[in-house]
Design a binder for this molecule. Structure first.
Ligand code: INI
Length: 155
């Protein structure tokens, strides 16, 4: 029985990255980590298209539109929702997550959820390049793994 597995070898194709301007100090750090991880895995910057949206709530629509073009091997979404900073945290974070999932399921293109959802600014800082890694890096790696996995499954 075959086992399908995605690896981190340089994937073919172009990648779309959608980044939210809200909490831009954090999301710019996520984008920087994401670009860096792609470069380290053989995906040069000229294969990355970046779209900026106002906030994480707007990510799903643009993710779906970009996936539907058929131009991208995967779409990466980057945002930052901080509970301490907003009364509608649950709506923004929940709708962003659900919408990103839907964009992937509806198009068959891997759409990666690189939206930080944290309780505090400190946690967001830690997960965007300080003490706890960088979620933008993780998102790029997940995209590469998914592209390589789907190529194997689809033969
Ligand atoms: N958008 C975020 O990306 N992060 C947040 O923490 C946030 N807060 O705090 O509200 C946020 N709000 C904006 C939202 O994403 C939309 O842009 C806005 O509601 C317009 O639709």
């Amino acid at each position: 029985m075959p086992t399908f597995d995605g690896d981190f070898s340089p994937p073919p194709g172009r990648f779309a990255i959608i980044a939210a301007r809200f909490n831009s100090m954090i999301t710019e750090a996520l984008l920087s980590g994401c670009r860096d991880a792609f470069a380290r895995h053989g995906v040069a910057d000229d294969r990355l298209d970046v779209a900026w949206v106002p906030g994480s709530f707007e990510i799903p629509l643009v993710a779906r539109k970009m996936a539907e073009t058929g131009r991208y091997a995967a779409v990466i979404t980057l945002g930052c929702v901080i509970r301490g900073e907003t009364g509608h945290y649950d709506h923004v974070a929940g709708q962003a997550a659900g919408g990103v999932l839907q964009a992937g399921l509806a198009t068959g293109v891997p759409v990666i959820f690189g939206v930080l959802t944290t309780e505090t600014v400190e946690q967001a800082l830690n997960r965007s390049g300080l003490k706890a890694g960088n979620k933008g890096v993780d998102a790029a790696l997940a995209a590469i793994e998914m592209v390589n996995l789907l190529r194997r499954i689809e033969g």
